[in-house]
Design a protein around this ligand. Structure first.
Ligand code: ZEM
Length: 290
């Protein structure tokens, strides 16, 4: 080697400290890039990680976060993924700075980072995902349709391998962000602090009175108090169905239980179908920004 450089000792192997650098870069971008919606790209990063992972089918062991096939059409064009290009593009400078990380690890790490940076629980994370090519794209229709009912929620989430309690906890991520008319057709935020992770979605779901919104758009619900919030038909299904409602009521009263159970199930979601070499106890807990 020229200039007396040391001979490289084989392929670069990233350590926890290297992944923390990726985390820190995402956190810094979240703090600096505030020109999005309510001031943070965090919610749409959470949604990217969820849509990358929620295609998992336990019977065929296909889909899931391992592959990041949403980089390609047709998956990037699936209706459910409308708007997620913004989240993928937000992460491109991070990928450029740390080219050794796979997109599949990057998107899930960003989902974990966004929850922590928006005031949520710790979301332990581990690397090990590989990027696959376009042939691994999943068929359209694996992600849930917000216009449907409790049976559809169970069909879709049982296919991934979740039970009632886990389904409710996961959907509590709707404390974050909002719906956009030009993406899903729905419109508005679920609570008054859409960039803060909390159990507000559940509290409002049980404490507010929700009426069907009178408008041209798809059926959605609005709060009687301010008419500024919204619930999707699938959100309302969580208080119509007894199996779901018990967990909604529990989380509405107990933020700590929600944080703990959400973290566990979101970690599980982000790991569906990933053939890890490492053990669960080897997961990293990233240090949040100050
Ligand atoms: Zn959502 N979600 N989701 N979700 N979601 C939207 C937005 C966000 C459903 C759904 O159809 C929609 C989970 C479960 C389910 C987030 C996270 C998670 C929107 C609005 C719709 C329509 C999209 C738009 O217009 O931009 C349905 C039917 C679900 C299950 C039954 C789970 C699980 C999530 C994470 C763990 C987040 C963070 C958003 C807000 C995105 C943003 O851009 O603000």
């Amino acid at each position: 080697y020229l200039n007396g450089e040391k001979t490289p000792k084989g392929p670069f192997e990233a350590t926890q400290a290297d992944y923390q650098k990726v985390y820190d870069e995402i956190a810094a971008r979240l703090a600096n890039e505030t020109d999005y919606d309510d001031g943070s790209y965090g919610p749409v990063l959470v949604r990217l990680a969820w849509h990358a992972s929620g295609t998992y089918d336990k019977e065929t062991n296909t889909g899931g976060s391992n592959g990041s096939t949403m980089r390609f059409a047709p998956e990037s064009d699936h209706g459910a993924n409308a708007g997620l290009k913004l989240a993928r593009d937000f992460l491109e400078p991070v990928k450029a700075k740390f080219p050794w990380i796979t997109y599949s690890d990057l998107w899930t790490l960003a989902g974990s980072a966004a929850i922590q940076e928006l005031g949520g629980p710790q979301v332990p994370w581990r690397p090990g995902r590989e990027d696959k090519d376009v042939a691994a794209c999943t068929p359209d229709g694996r992600l849930p349709d917000a216009a449907k009912d409790h049976r559809h929620i169970r069909d879709v989430f049982i296919r991934m391998g979740f039970d009632d309690r886990e389904m409710v906890a996961l959907i509590g991520a709707h404390a974050l962000g909002r719906a956009h008319k030009d993406r899903s057709g729905f419109d508005g935020p679920w609570d008054f602090s859409p960039t803060v992770f909390s159990n507000e979605f559940f509290r409002l779901l049980v404490e507010e009175k929700w009426n069907q919104r009178k408008w041209e758009g798809p059926t959605q619900f609005t709060d009687k108090g301010t008419s500024t919030l919204m619930m999707l038909p699938t959100d309302m299904a969580l208080i119509k169905d007894k199996g779901f409602k018990q967990h909604v009521e529990r989380y509405a009263k107990d933020n700590d239980a929600f944080f703990k159970e959400f973290s566990d199930v979101y970690v599980k979601l982000l790991e569906l179908g990933v053939p890890f070499q490492s053990k669960p106890e080897d997961r990293f807990v990233f240090k949040p920004s100050e």
